[in-house]
Design a protein around this ligand. Structure first.
Ligand code: PPS
Length: 284
């Protein structure tokens, strides 16, 4: 099957994306009560979605075990998600992979809280390489080498990782913007959940916190059919090709990159991320 993308302002999007990204950017009204999860694809968005859902219910897992994740927190730029958001009760929660220049402008005048999840781009490459083979609408290749090149050129869904991260980093330091990494979640999940709940203004008791941590583990999410994408339709995920919750680790890039690829990546990374403060990213 020929796989087509929808192009807008030079970037490729899934054909399931809303037809009019311009109206989404210019007309969608972000509310002050909204909670928004932002990320470049394959950075841990769904993990954050689960954390936010469980903080919302103060650790009670019944909601995450009965309602599909993409209905709890829909994707704003995907037509189906957009339709769900219009009918959501407040406080709404939704996700987006949009780069900053395409995100609804009203957000920047609102008090809505946004969490930007980022991940070592090397692991983002590996996760995307595997997942796009499973995702029916995405272009993919069996050659890791080829996918690696596509990624470095920004010739992948949502465009360049470097531009995405640099773009959203402009929001760093704003009161309603939390910057957090996949690696921080991995390193100390409990402390990260506490940080996120404080940012959202939700105070959790130690027991509630324990329950959030327990229910957002890789294993718990893998076993929860509302969160593991096993219920995704066949025209979205080819379940015979692999699983959404693949490995859930940091550093898998070391099992994929050759020495030459690692050096080539470092060179591009240094050029593209030049001028940013040292120590900004846990993978530096
Ligand atoms: S997507 O398709 O862009 O929305 O993907 P996204 O959710 O951003 O990222 C998917 C990767 O996150 C991993 N993941 C987790 N890791 C650890 N613990 C938990 N609970 C968890 N939930 C999701 C998921 O496995 C993907 O990473 P890889 O490296 O492919 O396993």
């Amino acid at each position: 099957m020929a796989k087509e993308y929808l192009w807008f302002e030079g970037l490729p999007f899934l054909t399931a994306t809303v037809r009019d990204l311009r109206s989404l950017r210019d007309e969608f009204v972000v509310k002050d009560e909204d909670v928004i999860i932002l990320s470049y694809p394959k950075s841990g968005t769904n993990w954050m979605l689960e954390i936010v859902s469980l903080i919302h219910t103060k650790g009670d897992p019944s909601w995450v075990k009965t309602v599909l994740n993409w209905e709890r927190s829909p994707w704003i730029e995907i037509q189906e998600g957009f339709d769900l958001i219009k009918n959501q009760k407040d406080p709404r929660s939704y996700n987006s992979h949009l780069p900053i220049q395409l995100f609804p402008k009203s957000f920047f005048q609102s008090k809505a809280k946004a969490i930007y999840v980022m991940r070592n781009p090397r692991d983002v490459i590996v996760s995307g390489y595997h997942f796009f083979k499973v995702m029916v609408l995405a272009k993919s290749t069996d050659s890791f080498e080829e996918y690696f090149e596509w990624f470095l050129q920004g010739n992948v869904l949502y465009g360049s990782w470097f531009d995405h991260v640099r773009g959203w980093l402009q929001m760093k330091g704003k009161e309603n913007f939390l910057l957090i990494s996949y690696e921080e979640l991995q390193q100390d999940l409990r402390a990260s959940v506490e940080r996120i709940s404080q940012f959202l203004g939700m105070k959790l008791s130690p027991e509630e916190l324990n329950s959030v941590v327990k229910n957002v583990s890789f294993q718990a999410m893998k076993e929860n059919k509302m969160s593991n994408y096993s219920q995704a339709p066949d025209n979205f995920i080819d379940h015979s090709r692999g699983e959404f919750l693949r490995k859930g680790i940091t550093g898998d890039w070391k099992n994929h990159f050759t020495v030459a690829q690692s050096e080539a990546f470092d060179k591009v990374y240094q050029e593209k991320m030049a001028g940013l403060p040292q120590g900004l990213f846990p993978w530096d």
